[in-house]
Design a protein around this ligand. Sequence first.
Ligand SMILES: C[S@@+](CC[C@H](N)C(=O)[O-])C[C@H]1O[C@@H](n2cnc3c(N)ncnc32)[C@H](O)[C@@H]1O
Length: 189
Amino acid sequence: MASEDSTELEAALVRGLHGTVLEVGAGDGANFGFLAEDVDWIGLEPNPRDTEALRANAARWGRRREVLVATCEDIPLPDECVDAVLSTLVLCSVEDQQKALEEIIRVLRPGGAFVFVEHVAAAPRTVLRGVQRLATPLTRRLDRGCHLDRETVDSIRRSGLRIDELHEYRMPSGLGFTIPFAAGRAVKA
Ligand SMILES: C[S@@+](CC[C@H](N)C(=O)[O-])C[C@H]1O[C@@H](n2cnc3c(N)ncnc32)[C@H](O)[C@@H]1O
């Protein structure tokens, strides 16, 4: 997929969110431009270097909620209080993916949506999968905890969320080969 098409796909998924939306691992706020105006946005970001830029960008985009300085594995919000959770390039980085998904499900109201855009592991027993496995100790250290070899779609399915939209595609890595991505929407029963 061309990068313009993947941006359009991400934009369409994010534009489809309404109500109270918790964005986990929001970084410096790359998704603000895609969010519908009526969204009551809550940002969560554990990295103090990003939270400052996130607060400034949130104010610029007219988002008034306090940014939560916390991890996805321990979300400081009550049960079933948000209509949607948004995660772009975050489930590769969390320390404990299963716990993070449990927390996402806990804070989602029944029928609420989890929208994700993530790079994922290549098919088992491929050269790329081997490269991802070997490179992951390095990317964990150098790239904010990023794991290249996570089977994130399987983790989402195992979590109990029901995936009702899924796009699987490849994007250029910048190193002369492409890496697999998955983007979509899953629903809490
Ligand atoms: C690759 S960046 C993506 C940032 C943003 N979502 C985007 O799409 O530009 C990964 C983000 O996940 C955050 N992160 C890492 N571990 C996390 C955790 N356990 N819980 C929540 N966010 C985490 C990092 O601080 C970083 O902001």
